[in-house]
Design a protein around this ligand. Sequence first.
Ligand code: C2O
Ligand code: CU
Ligand code: CU
Length: 481
Amino acid sequence: MISRRKFLAGAAALPVAIHPVLTRAQSARVPLAMPPLLDATRTRRFKLTAQRGTTDFLDAGASQTWGFNQPHLGPTLRLATGQSTAAEVLNTVDEPISVHWHGLLVPGDADGGPHQTISQGETWAPELAITQPASTAWYHTHVHESTARQVQKGLAGVLQIADGQDEARGLPIAYGIDDLTLVLQDRRFDRSGRISYDSGMADQMMGFMGDTMVVNGQVGRTAVVPKGIVRLRLINGSNARIYPLSMSDGREMHLIATDNGYLDRPIALHDLTIAPGERFEVLIDFSDERDIALVSAPNPNQMMGGMMGGGGGGTPFVVLPFSVDGALLAAKDRVPDDIGGSLPQADGTGASLRDISLDMPMGMGMMLRGGGNRFSVNGAAFDMEEINFDIPRGTVERWRITADMMMHPFHIHGVTFQVLSQGGRAPATQNTGWKDTVLVNGSAEVLVKFDQAASRDTPFMFHCHILEHEDGGMMGQFTVG
Ligand code: C2O
Ligand code: CU
Ligand code: CU
């Protein structure tokens, strides 16, 4: 472990603490805005234009940002289950981008991974056939070695897969009123108030940590909610931060959906940890009209027991304050008992086992491989030209993922999986639904069925969703056919 010491000596420890609140904006109680809703359920087509723009996050000066159809981030796309939607993505920024539909179960040629870059001036037009249940997904750029920087610039947005049954389920459905879309991101700003992504050694190792909370691309806002039941669709669009979430007064969050769909019934939780790439939907009861906040504990990802400092430090902080407008009544005044989703319930016996080890560029490997400063999977850094494995379509596999040094959110494209275990124990309650991303703390096992086809030209990715790790090589690719 001499090499670890060497690494530590060389790395700059950057303690960061997220600003609890931005007092100026906070006192003004500026209401949080939702991303615009782009409902394609009737039109069955939509267009996204990746564009440059400026965004003044702190009322201090314009930052150069990117977005889809707007200066920063993108619209919430609503697609209907059981139908096919014609997507059109035009890139007007001056470098190649891609649009990956994270959470959509579509074939590799529509997936938008690193083999499907769109050059400036080009259009990519995949057909998105939605055969999966209702859920909250998201989309983001996925260009190898540029994903972290491009997402941080703003190339991300939310996807809703809708089946029109939420009213029958007893769930809130009024977009931006009692059904809130919340993209959680932490960002850093320089002295002039402009967004900055100057990732140094610590950022590369730990993943980029911001010092300011940004929700839906906005800083210091308050969500104004009606009295009653409010649905929060939480999307962790951060590069690396893990949020151990709770409500400031300890009230329950009623979990109704995980990454790829609804639970059978709500689960009352006091704590909900959301890692990069994950989505969770919760119901919060605001009928007592008390103003509370969604809060987060510090990022739990500490390397080597916190010796590294870095992302591990900090104090609890406010993610989003809520202000209840008592004159506004929510459509629902109770949490439904039953929401009718189906939970994955196989036990995995008979499924073939595949071992995936997520490796940090340190320790013996780093020294012996001549200082190859790469993140890797099973000992090899991601190589665009190298297909890691070919999986017959329809196969069920048990993936045993191991990770050292840090927690890593592990994501697989083109599938939804069941979490069988985490750290050798039964999965956390919050992970009993369908997932496409799971936080690996030491180890995790998932049971996966490969139903979507992916060729050698457009294979599916599997990777750590800490974007600096992914860009650094902690990614692999496979075909299904
Ligand atoms: Cu959300 Cu391969 O990504
Ligand atoms: Cu994905
Ligand atoms: Cu990682």
